[in-house]
Design a protein around this ligand. Structure first.
Ligand SMILES: Cc1cc2nc3c(=O)[nH]c(=O)nc-3n(C[C@H](O)[C@H](O)[C@H](O)COP(=O)(O)OP(=O)(O)OC[C@H]3O[C@@H](n4cnc5c(N)ncnc54)[C@H](O)[C@@H]3O)c2cc1C
Length: 314
C-alpha cells in the first residue's frame, strides 16, 4: 500500500479531518485508512467514498487508544509497507505518530501543508509563524510519518466504492494501557468555529469582555461564529476554545471579520486562508490591513454598532 491515512470516528462517522487527509492521500497513490472507532457500514462507506480502498478497523472500546493503536499499526506497517502515513493535527493523531516513530525508528515531520511523492517524499511546511516556507526531503526510507496542519487539504467525495475492511484487534500493551472514564463536551452556542462560513473575531482593541457582546450580536445576524486573539483569551474575556492562530484553531471561512486585531503573524497563521478578510482597526498602519481584502479605518465601538443597525434594517 502506498499511502496510509490515520482516521478517527466522531459520532459514528469519520471526522472531517480524516476525510481531508483522504483527499490528499488519494492524490499520492492507493490509500488504506487505519480507522479507530466503533465502526459501521456507514462509516466504512464514507471512507470508501473519499478514496480509501482498504480500511484497517480497530475498535478501542473505552481504552485510551494511542498506545494500543500504535502497537497494532506498527505491526501492520512492518508487514504491508507503505510510502507515507498521514496524520491530522489532533491530540490522538500526534500521540500515535510519536509512538509509531519510536516503534519504527523513524522521524515525524510535523506541520505539513503539502506533500509530494513524485521524487522521494518532500514535505512543505512553514516556520516562524508562516514567515518562511520550508521543503523537507525525507531520506530515511519508508514509511515517512507526516503530521499535517489543520485544514491543509479540502475534503471531497470521489464516489469510491465500498472498501475492503480488515479487523484489527487491540493488542495488550501492559503498563501503557489506560481507560477513559469520562468524556466532556464543551458547551457552545451557534456554529462550530472551525466549520463556520463566517467568523467574527475580536482583539484586544475591543477593550473589555463586554466588547464581545457586539461580536456575538454581529455573528448572530450573519449566522457566523465568534473567535478571538490570544490577547483576549489571556485577558480572560473569552475561553481558549475561541483562540485562532498558531497556538489556537485554524479557520478557513468564506468571510473573516477581524475587529480591533493588529494582525500579528501568530494570529494570521490561523486565519489567512479565509476567502475574504475584512478588517476594522483604528490604526491605518495595522499589519492586518496587509492581509485584508476590505479595510475599515475606524473605532470598533462606532463601526460595529452601525454595521449591526444596517444588518437589522435589511
Ligand atoms: C509562541 C506564540 C504563540 C502565539 N499564538 C497566538 C495565537 O495562537 N493567536 C493569537 O491571536 N496570538 C498569538 N500570539 C500572540 C500574538 O503575537 C499577538 O500578541 C496577539 O495576536 C495580539 O492580539 P491582538 O491583535 O488582539 O492585540 P494587539 O496586538 O494589542 O492589537 C490590538 C489592535 O486593536 C486596535 N485597536 C485598539 N483600539 C481600537 C478601537 N477602539 N477600534 C479599532 N481598533 C482598535 C489597535 O490599533 C491594534 O491594532 C502568540 C505569541 C507567541 C509568542
Amino acid at each position: 500500500m502506498a499511502v496510509w491515512v490515520f482516521a478517527e470516528e466522531l459520532e459514528g462517522l469519520p471526522t472531517e479531518g480524516s476525510l481531508e487527509l483522504l483527499a490528499k492521500g488519494r492524490s499520492l497513490g492507493e490509500v488504506a485508512a487505519f480507522y479507530v472507532g466503533a465502526g459501521s457500514d456507514d462509516a466504512f462507506a464514507a471512507l470508501g467514498e473519499h478514496g480509501a480502498t482498504t480500511v484497517y478497523h480497530l475498535d478501542p472500546g473505552d481504552a485510551l487508544p494511542s498506545a494500543g493503536v500504535a502497537a497494532a499499526f506498527a505491526e501492520i506497517l512492518r508487514a504491508e509497507g507503505g510510502k507515507v502515513v498521514l496524520f491530522g493535527p489532533g491530540n490522538i493523531d500526534r500521540d500515535v505518530a510519536g509512538r509509531l516513530a519510536a516503534r519504527l525508528g523513524k522521524p515525524v515531520l510535523a506541520g505539513a501543508l503539502d506533500i509530494d511523492v513524485s521524487d522521494g517524499v518532500t514535505v512543505r511546511s512553514e516556520i516562524l509563524g508562516g514567515a518562511k516556507s520550508v521543503s523537507t526531503v525525507v531520506t530515511d526510507g519508508s514509511p515517512a510519518l507526516i503530521v499535517t496542519r489543520p485544514k491543509a487539504f479540502e475534503a471531497a467525495s470521489v464516489g469510491g466504492g465500498t472498501p475492503t475492511v480488515v479487523s484489527v484487534v487491540m493488542p495488550d500493551v501492559g503498563r501503557s494501557s489506560a481507560t477513559i472514564t469520562e468524556r466532556h463536551v464543551e458547551a457552545s452556542e451557534g456554529p462550530d468555529l472551525e466549520a463556520a462560513s463566517v467568523v467574527v473575531s475580536g482583539g484586544r482593541g475591543l477593550g473589555s469582555a463586554e466588547g464581545f457582546e457586539m461580536m456575538n450580536e454581529l455573528a448572530g445576524l450573519l449566522g457566523g461564529a465568534v473567535g478571538g486573539t490570544r490577547a483576549v483569551v489571556d485577558a480572560g474575556w473569552v475561553p481558549y476554545s475561541y483562540q485562532i492562530g498558531q497556538t489556537g484553531k485554524t479557520v478557513k471561512p468564506q468571510v473573516y471579520i477581524a475587529c480591533a486585531i493588529s494582525g500579528a503573524m501568530q494570529h494570521a497563521v490561523g486565519m489567512k486562508g479565509a476567502s475574504t478578510i475584512i478588517a476594522i482597526n483604528k490604526d491605518p498602519d495595522a499589519p492586518i490591513f496587509a492581509l485584508a481584502d476590505l479595510g475599515v479605518v475606524g473605532d470598533v465601538h462606532k463601526v460595529i454598532p452601525q454595521l449591526i443597525e444596517a444588518l437589522k434594517a435589511r
